[in-house]
Write a protein that binds this ligand. Structure first.
Ligand code: WQD
Length: 340
């Protein structure tokens, strides 16, 4: 069975393509390479022995999208990752984020409808919850005001899919809300490739450890948590990837009860920044150079998932630990030295 993956040379997209190919799907990968490297396709082939069909197009180009979808209208489903995802960049350039993330989604949905492709999996985010007032976060936790334009584009994207599905109930949809994806494929042949200075914690840790960055600043240790630093739900990217394969299969098997279903993808465990650093130091045998600095605007104190729904409905269970994630992130950082 054929699946179209947008944003497929990106971090989560490339890991998901590996999982799909390993589960005998045929994959068509679409990416404009604006925030990723074509190298990901080589890594995917080295891991799986298979190569996705690749198109370098911009999903904001309606004609180009329609042409590719027409060529692959026999696809059983679409997994839509392609989006800009830097929280601070979205604060500086909100219109770039609204234009890119919304227009690309609308073009993809338009093409899905034109060519009657039945199944759609959307890459959403725990950031749609905003500053959740109850923990752990379940799929029915009240959605608060988004903390950033990036998170707002994900909230809008979910609303668009709901309304699209009401108008066209032929299409079956799943929204996957990721918590904090971290780590890399155990082979160290693919991973996260931050194109500039990273915003996220784990690439910042590994770049500090390898000497690309001088020092890590922990953004505050005076929060009301067990060690004063923020709590997050760090989940291995390979566990996230496999959830996409399971979600697509769930729709193919028509197990969904409604035309739009939402699943949290998190480990269900909260980990503090200082605990994450300690886990890295343990598995890498590197002493990390960090200081405690001021709080970062927009940070929520704590957020972690209730993963019950994905575990029961998708039979999805995390295979990797935080330490696996930290070790794989470190191995990938070392590998990137040779590659780029
Ligand atoms: C994690 C923790 C920081 C860097 C991310 C994505 C967002 C969404 C959810 C997908 C925070 C602390 C970080 C540093 C630090 N994912 N930190 N020093 O903010 O939870 O959001 O996951 O949609 O898109 O951005 O992740 O990695 O930036 O921060 O102390 O140099 O690490 O304060 O507590 P965040 P993050």
């Amino acid at each position: 069975m054929k699946v179209i993956v947008t944003g497929g040379t990106g971090y989560i997209g490339s890991h998901t393509i590996v999982d799909l190919l390993n589960h005998n799907f045929e994959v068509v990968c679409i990416d404009n390479l604006s925030r990723s490297k074509k190298y990901a396709l080589e890594g995917i082939e080295q891991i799986t022995g298979k190569k996705p069909i690749f198109y370098q197009i911009d999903l904001c180009d309606k004609e180009a999208v329609s042409k590719v979808f027409q060529e692959h209208k026999d696809a059983i489903g679409i997994i839509h990752f392609a989006a800009l995802k830097s929280v601070p960049e979205s604060v500086e350039q909100p219109l770039l984020y609204y234009a890119n993330n919304i227009n690309s989604l609308v073009n993809v949905l338009q093409a899905i409808h034109t060519y009657q492709i039945p199944n759609f999996v959307f890459s959403s985010s725990c950031s749609v919850y905003g500053n959740a007032d109850t923990l752990p976060v379940t799929e029915t936790t009240t959605i608060q005001t988004a903390e950033s334009p990036y998170a707002h584009t994900k909230q809008i994207g979910e609303d668009i899919i709901y309304n699209f599905s009401k108008a066209h109930p032929f299409h079956q949809n799943i929204l996957l809300r990721y918590f904090n994806p971290v780590g890399a494929h155990p082979s160290a042949l693919i991973g996260e490739i931050p194109l500039e200075k990273p915003n996220n914690l784990v690439p910042y840790i590994t770049q500090t450890a390898i000497g690309k960055l001088q020092q890590l600043t922990v953004f505050g240790n005076d929060y009301n948590t067990r060690d004063g630093s923020n709590i997050r739900d760090y989940i291995h990217v390979c566990d996230i990837a496999h959830a996409h394969t399971l979600a697509l299969q769930y729709l193919i098997d028509k197990k969904n009860a409604t035309t739009v279903e939402v699943f949290n993808l998190g480990t269900g465990k909260g980990v503090s920044v200082l605990e994450a650093i300690a886990a890295f130091e343990k598995v890498s045998n590197q002493k990390l150079n960090y200081i405690i600095g001021p709080r970062r605007a927009g940070d929520v104190v704590a957020v972690y998932a209730d993963k019950t729904k994905a575990s029961t409905h998708l039979d999805w269970h995390c295979q990797y630990t935080l330490e696996d994630a930290m070790l794989s992130a470190w191995k990938w950082e070392l590998k990137m030295q040779e590659l780029f």
